[in-house]
Design a protein around this ligand. Structure first.
Ligand code: ZN
Length: 158
């Protein structure tokens, strides 16, 4: 039976076990690439301010999600690197679902000058976090940055 045959009886269904190799390439888009390149090369975090509604997006966007205004180069502005911790949570499993010995803290950070929030790792030796506290982005050393949001290693309380 091939995949093109219709099943007339449910008992004719079979299971195929194996691996399907899947390859993909992610593109960050025009604004995303510029945002990540600035993070990698300058160690700077940029947002885009919509001239129509004033909302500041971080990461930077090419179009305002509220009113579809094109956010050209004139709308780019540095934000942060400090900001307010809006919310946070302890994560007890890794990306593969394996239980962690200690929690990994993640939070939503509204960088200074931004309207939107950025989700990222938090590092706190004491676990003392509270909404509204000031946190600061800690970047990887310049020679270790690869053009990824993880070039920000984590945020730490100030
Ligand atoms: Zn707008």
């Amino acid at each position: 039976m091939s995949l093109l045959n219709n099943l007339e009886h449910p008992t004719d269904a079979r299971i195929w076990r194996g691996d399907l190799p899947v390859y993909h390439r992610y593109t960050a888009g025009v604004a995303g690439e510029k945002f990540l390149r600035a993070l990698k090369d300058q160690g700077a975090v940029y947002g885009t301010r919509c001239p129509t509604c004033g909302y500041v997006y971080v990461p930077a966007r090419l179009y305002c999600e509220r009113d579809a205004t094109h956010l050209d180069d004139s709308t780019w502005a540095p934000v942060g690197p400090a900001g307010a911790l809006v919310s946070f949570s302890a994560v007890w499993v890794d990306l593969d679902g394996k239980r962690l010995d200690a929690p990994q803290w993640v939070g939503l950070v509204r960088l200074k000058g931004a309207s939107s929030v950025l989700m990222h790792y938090l590092q706190t030796p004491t676990g003392a976090l509270h909404a509204g506290m000031t946190v600061q982005a800690v970047l990887k050393p310049a020679n270790e940055r690869v053009g990824s949001i993880t070039d920000i290693a984590y945020f730490k309380p100030l």
